[in-house]
Design a protein around this ligand. Sequence first.
Ligand code: ZN
Ligand code: ZN
Length: 419
Amino acid sequence: MITGVVPDRVLFLMLDGLGDRPSRELGLMTPLQAARKVALDLIASEGMTGLLDPYAPGVPVGSDTGHLSILGYDPKVYYTGRGPLEALGAGIDLKPGDVAFRVNMATVDDDWNLLDRRAGRISTGEARELARAVAELAERFDSTLSFEFHSTVEHRGVLVIRGEKASSSVTDVDPHREGVRVQMPRPTDGSESARVTAQELTRFLLRAKEVLDRHPLNVARRQRGLNPANALLPRGAGVMPKLPSLRERYGVRSVVIAGGALYRGVCRAAGMDVRLVPTATGTLNTDLRAKFEAAVESLRSYELVFLHIKGTDTASHDLNPSAKRDFIERIDRELHRHLDSILSGSVICVTGDHTTSSLDGRHHGDPVPLAVAGEGVRRDDVAKFDELSCSRGSVGRVRGLDLMNVLMDLIGRVEMYGE
Ligand code: ZN
Ligand code: ZN
């Protein structure tokens, strides 16, 4: 399989929430252990394996902090909230200092009691139309701060606030559960900018509700017995951080292929280009074939190709270890079609951004399996890719923050420390 060509590029295959715990449904195996997977096992047997602590042993991480860490950015330094990463992923250009929120378009009653966090599962098309009305409001909104709103998928969207007095030190407006009254944002520190942001955001949200309540699309939804999307509920405020790019750190050109906005956002923050695959959905029925084809083709023009696949995590959140096993098998079949071509000239790394247990549907701090193969990569005697087999591998246990150095050094992109 490995061809003698010295590799000068890396394909990073990130399987979200890959690690798991053994379940009775799978005969006390994890989905990875239970899956039949030719290509993934081949990578393990031809290369080196180990366990990866995305951040630190026993610390469960979100996809946001897990990805930052694995790309080499300490979340303690660079993570300010999920908002900016979602906004970048939605294609919005942010400058350092811009404040961004994730937003749910939701249904509230006249007293702002939250009735439906997803506004009757409103379609992406309808949400876009409503978002246009909010965008017009933002344009004529008289304030010391400027507002920008975009809807993304279904009821989800992002809100960006810019200006000298923009601050991320405000409380979430989204109460995260239905049946309670929505509280307007409050400052979480004593700064003038937090006070101004809370005050202006409150005004904006109240005006947005007026606009949305009387929007013909919502009037029609009510007539059809559907919940209107009549309120914006921001959460996850963060200020856009300044990250040293992968090009600055390693001199590589890099690109991300991902269905979910968050993953594109984290990678854009790291300076990666985005390659869109229109049929990549970020769900279990994503177009794996198109994603792998795009990834392999991108290896021609980039030294680092980051291919993110979300369905593994989704199956765990659905408490469905069998679906996760089946999805891993599908990934494996698509990967297998390209493995020879990937291994001629590239290093491939496969791992996950955290463990997601399909027993309780939660993220956990268990380490995730890691396998790296390519010309010149040490071979250990592990021949299977799963949580237990990889624990016997030659890499041992590595921190997410160190992984990018390990990979970039394999292709000669890390400067020597000392003389
Ligand atoms: Zn994740
Ligand atoms: Zn998850």
